[in-house]
Design a protein around this ligand. Structure first.
Ligand code: NAD
Length: 500
C-alpha cells in the first residue's frame, strides 16, 4: 500500500515518525493508502532546511524567482490531467472540477510570475533638503502554510507561489485526507528549477501543526480551514510572535429579488450549492428569496433540478457531484438534516439513502433542499459543508441584508436582481468579504485577493494578489541624505520637509 511521506531538498523524505493515518477513497470507503504523520523532530528538520535555504533565495533577483514560476506554470499546465486524477481519487470531486481548481491555482502562479512589478517599491525625491526616502518590501522568512482537504491543489497554490516569488522559503502542511497531489506538485517545482529547501512539504496532524506554530524560525503562517482550528492557530501563532492569516468557515447567503431571472437563479444555485458536494467555503448554503411568491417560484424551479442531479464517483464522466470526504462528514451532514427536521424545516428534496451499485461503502449524499428554515435553527447558523441548501423566506430586502450582516460568518454572499439600485446598495452594505452581483460564487481572480470578514478570517490580510504580497513581505523605509557632507547642525526637534 502506498505511504505518502514528506518532501524536502527537492526529494521525497519518509521522516522518522512511525505514526500514520489512513487515506480513504470516499467513493468506496476503502483505505487506499497511508500518510505519515510527522513528529516534532521531523518538523524541526524541515524548518532547519527551509531556514538554511532562506538567505540564498531571498537574495536571488526577483526576476530569477519569477522565471522559476514561469516554468512551473508550464509544467502545471502540461501535467494538469495527471494532477486532477490524483486529486479526484483522494478527494472524490469530479475530474472537470479538479481541473478547474488547478486552473484557478495556475492563475496565482501567473500572478507570481509578475512579482518584480509588485516588489518595485516607492521612492520620494527631496522629502527634505537633499533628503530622499524610499521603501522596499523584503521577505518575511520561513513561512508555513496549513491547508484543508476541500481544495488540495488550489488552496496551497493561493499561498506558496506568492510567498516563494517574494523571496521566502515555504513549508506546506496539507490536509492528511488528500495529501498526494501536493507531493507531485513539489516534484514539478523542483523540475522548474527551484533551489533545494525553498519549497517543502510536511505531512501530519496537530503535532506537526503545533511544532510549526511554536518553532522560533517560522515567521509567518497562512491557514485555510475550519473556524475552530483557524482561531486556535491564529491565537497560538500570534502569541508566539508570528504573523498569521487564518481563512475559515462560511455560511454564504444568496439574496433573490422578485425581479431576478429565475432560470438564471436556478442554474446558479445548482452549481454553487451542490457543486463539489457543497464542500466549498464559497458554496451558497442559504437562499433568501424576497417575498412568498419569489420563494414559491424558486422551490418549484429548483426541486426537480436537484432531484435530477447525477451523483456518481469521479470515474463516471457524467457525474455532477461526488461523495463527501469522510464517514465523519457523512454522519455530521445526516445529523444536521435530522436537526433541521426536528426543528420543523421542510425537507423538500431528501438526498439521503442513496446507494450506488458497486460503491455501497461510499459517502454519497444526493442534493438536499430545506424550505421554511428560520434563523434560530442550527442548519441556518452552522456550516454544514455538504450538499444541503436552506431556503429562508425573506420578508423584505432589508430583512435579507440584516440576515447577511448578523450572521457570524462573512466569507461570501450574492444578490440576484435586475435592479442596479438594489445591487449597489447590497454590495455597499454587506458586512462580507466577497460579494457577487448575479455571480453566485464570487471568488476573486488571482490578481485581486480572497478573504472573508467576521469569523471567516482571523488576521488582517486576505490571500493572494497584492494582499498576499503584503502578507509575505515586510516593509522597510529608508531616509537618505546625499551629498553626505552638508552639515545641518544638531536637530533636537522633529523637522518636516517643509522646514527645509
Ligand atoms: P480543518 O480545520 O479540519 O483542517 C484544516 C487543516 O488544519 C488541516 O491541514 C488539518 O490537518 C489541520 N488541523 C485539523 N485539526 C487540527 C488541530 N486540532 N490542530 C492543528 N491543526 C489541525 O478543515 P477541513 O475540514 O480540512 O476543511 C474544511 C473547512 O475549511 C471548512 O470549514 C471550510 O469552510 C474551510 N475552508 C475555508 C476557506 C476559506 O478561504 N475561507 C477555503 C477552503 C476551506
Amino acid at each position: 500500500m502506498n505511504t505518502v511521506g514528506h518532501f524536502h531538498s527537492n526529494k521525497p523524505w519518509s521522516g522518522t515518525a512511525t505514526r500514520t493515518s489512513d487515506i480513504v477513497n470516499p467513493s468506496t470507503g476503502e483505505v487506499s493508502g497511508k500518510v505519515t504523520l510527522a513528529s516534532k523532530d521531523d518538523v524541526d528538520t524541515i524548518v532547519e532546511i527551509a531556514a538554511k535555504a532562506l538567505p540564498g533565495w531571498a537574495a536571488t533577483p526577483p526576476a530569477k524567482r519569477a522565471a522559476v514560476m514561469f516554468d512551473f506554470r508550464d509544467l502545471l499546465k502540461k501535467n494538469i490531467k495527471e494532477l486532477a486524477t490524483l486529486l479526484s481519487a483522494e478527494h472524490g470531486k469530479t475530474l472537470p472540477d479538479a481541473m478547474g481548481e488547478i486552473a484557478r491555482g495556475i492563475e496565482v502562479v501567473e500572478f507570481a510570475s509578475s512579482i518584480p512589478q509588485a516588489l518595485k517599491g516607492e521612492y520620494s525625491e527631496q522629502v527634505g533638503s537633499n533628503v530622499d526616502s524610499f521603501s522596499v518590501r523584503q521577505p518575511v522568512g520561513v513561512v508555513a502554510g496549513i491547508t484543508p482537504f476541500n481544495f488540495p491543489a488550489m488552496v496551497p497554490l493561493w499561498m506558496y507561489p506568492v510567498a516563494i516569488a517574494c523571496g521566502n522559503t515555504f513549508i506546506l502542511k496539507p490536509s492528511e485526507k488528500d495529501p498526494s497531489v501536493v507531493l507531485r506538485v513539489a516534484e514539478l517545482l523542483a523540475e522548474a528549477g527551484l533551489p533545494e529547501g525553498v519549497f517543502n512539504v510536511v505531512n501530519g496532524d496537530k503535532e506537526a501543526v503545533d511544532a510549526l506554530l511554536d518553532h522560533p524560525k517560522v515567521e509567518a503562517v497562512s491557514f485555510v480551514g475550519s473556524t475552530a482550528i483557524g482561531e486556535y492557530i491564529y491565537k497560538r501563532g500570534t502569541s508566539n510572535g508570528k504573523r498569521v492569516q487564518a481563512l475559515c468557515g462560511a455560511k454564504n447567503h444568496m439574496v433573490i429579488m422578485p425581479d431576478a431571472d429565475m432560470d438564471q437563479v436556478t442554474d446558479a444555485l445548482i452549481g454553487s450549492a451542490y457543486g463539489s458536494a457543497g464542500e466549498r467555503c464559497m458554496a451558497i448554503s442559504v437562499a433568501v428569496p424576497i417575498g412568498e411568491d419569489t420563494a414559491d417560484r424558486l422551490i418549484e424551479s429548483l426541486a426537480p433540478r436537484i432531484r435530477a442531479l447525477k451523483v456518481a464517483p469521479y470515474t463516471d464522466s457524467t457525474s455532477e457531484l461526488g461523495p463527501v470526504i469522510s464517514k465523519q462528514s457523512f454522519d455530521k451532514i445526516h445529523d444536521y438534516i435530522d436537526q433541521g427536521l426536528e426543528k420543523g424545516a421542510n425537507l423538500v428534496v431528501d438526498g439521503r439513502g442513496l446507494k450506488l451499485q458497486g460503491y455501497e461503502g461510499g459517502y454519497f449524499i444526493g442534493g438536499c433542499l430545506f424550505d421554511n428554515v428560520t434563523t434560530d435553527m442550527s442548519i441556518y447558523q452552522e456550516e454544514i459543508f455538504g450538499p444541503v441548501l436552506s431556503v429562508v423566506r425573506g420578508k423584505s430586502y432589508d430583512d435579507a441584508v440584516n440576515m447577511v450582516n448578523d450572521h457570524e460568518y462573512g466569507n461570501g454572499t450574492a444578490i440576484f436582481t435586475r435592479d442596479g439600485d438594489a445591487a449597489r446598495d447590497f454590495w455597499s452594505r454587506a458586512r462580507i468579504g466577497m460579494v457577487g452581483i448575479n455571480v453566485p460564487i464570487p471568488v476573486p481572480v488571482a490578481y485581486h485577493s480572497f478573504g472573508g470578514w467576521k469569523r471567516s478570517l482571523f488576521g488582517d490580510h486576505h490571500i493572494h494578489g497584492m494582499e498576499g504580497v503584503r502578507f509575505y513581505t515586510r516593509l522597510k523605509t529608508m531616509t537618505t541624505r546625499w551629498p553626505s557632507g552638508i552639515r545641518t547642525g544638531a536637530e533636537f526637534n522633529f523637522t518636516s520637509g517643509k522646514d527645509a
